[in-house]
Design a protein around this ligand. Structure first.
Ligand SMILES: [Zn+2]
Length: 344
């Protein structure tokens, strides 16, 4: 079968390669991959960025996987040929870990990501441990289902980790796919959302945000500071701030745009240490929270949102053939596309 694989620990050292189709073990399912998304983490691994040293030297990328059951191992229950499902990206390796038992397997210190630490889904087939496959309804398109994982991350951030409720006024900083999905989830629960980005975000990301009904502001050296634009827009400081840009200055300045007793929730990862003037946060009693990955409940809510047509998938994704996958990575690197999906 064809697979998009990294072949050494160096920038852009990945290509399409012919490899044997995996044979599912007794507890595994062989999934015929329909679509697989390219995640920010895949792009970091592709570029061999710092912080991604744990990624295998030789590995098939891809954890945002939808597909159809092709064959099952001898001990697999609850799955039959032709069933449809999506992969759980962050997987536990120790079922007795307290975080796993508490329903937060994504926080387990011995977690792994399929597609970084074992072969993933940018291929025609993927072998999946049965506990890491989530069923999806027949009415959900398999292309749309490939957005389940990033949407579950946004759901976990907004629903489980932020303070956002109906009628809250919210800033989403960073209009990448996670920021955009956070904005959609927050709007869906009744919040009023303003999305901020830089002029580099204008052409693809901010214009897409406006196309799907959001108001946007541009920040950067040539523009007024975000808090002034927020005051002009909402007439007051925001109730909540979601930091999804990964730009340290955005997080450092977040306290200025948030009201006293408001919250800042950080879902981005940063390429360097971030300076925070903590006293400013303390004087406004701003609650700074973080959000990492997602668990089963968020996958279920994401599947429901996709199935109910809440997510304007068509406007967010660009589909490439698997054979064109390296080009998709390069377009993602140049930020020419919001969410690349590979048709496998
Ligand atoms: Zn992802």
């Amino acid at each position: 079968m064809k697979a998009l694989r990294r072949f050494e620990k160096a920038p852009r050292a990945a290509h399409i390669e012919e490899v044997p189709t995996p044979k599912p073990g007794p507890e595994q399912i062989l999934l015929k991959v329909d679509h697989c998304g390219i995640c920010g983490s895949d792009l970091h691994a592709f570029l061999n960025h710092a912080g991604y040293e744990s990624v295998l030297e030789r590995v098939t990328f891809g954890h945002e996987v939808s597909g159809t059951v092709e064959s099952i191992g001898a001990n697999v229950k609850d799955w039959a040929l032709g069933d449809r499902g999506v992969l759980t990206a962050i997987q536990y390796t120790n079922p007795q870990c307290p975080y796993v038992l508490a329903g937060d397997p994504q926080l387990s210190p011995t977690r792994r990501v399929q597609g970084l630490h074992l072969n993933g889904g940018m291929a025609e087939y993927i072998a999946v441990d049965q506990q890491f496959l989530n069923p999806i309804p027949d009415t959900l398109d398999l292309r749309d289902a490939a957005l389940t994982e990033p949407l579950s991350v946004a759901d976990h951030c907004v629903v489980n980790r932020s303070s956002i409720g109906p009628d809250d006024q919210v800033i989403v900083s960073g209009p990448g796919i996670i920021g955009m999905l956070c904005a959609i989830v927050a709007r869906h629960i009744g919040a009023e959302v303003l999305i901020s980005g830089t002029s580099a975000d204008e052409e693809v990301r901010l214009s897409t945000a406006r196309k799907i009904g959001f108001e946007t502001v541009t920040v950067g050296p040539d523009f007024p500071p975000l808090h002034e634009q927020v005051m002009a827009h909402f007439g007051k400081e925001a109730d909540a701030f979601l930091e999804a840009s990964g730009a340290s200055p955005a997080l450092s300045a977040s306290w200025q745009a948030v009201r006293t007793d408001g919250t800042v929730t950080v879902v981005a990862l940063y390429g360097q240490e971030t300076k925070l003037d903590v006293t400013q946060f303390v004087r406004k009693q701003i609650d700074v929270r973080t959000s990492y990955g997602s668990a089963t409940q968020s996958y279920h809510r994401a599947i429901e949102l996709l199935n109910n047509g809440i997510i304007p998938v068509e406007k967010l994704v660009k589909v490439y053939d698997l054979e064109d996958g390296i080009n998709a990575f390069e377009e993602a690197e140049r930020q020419e596309v919001l969410k690349p999906l590979l048709k496998c």
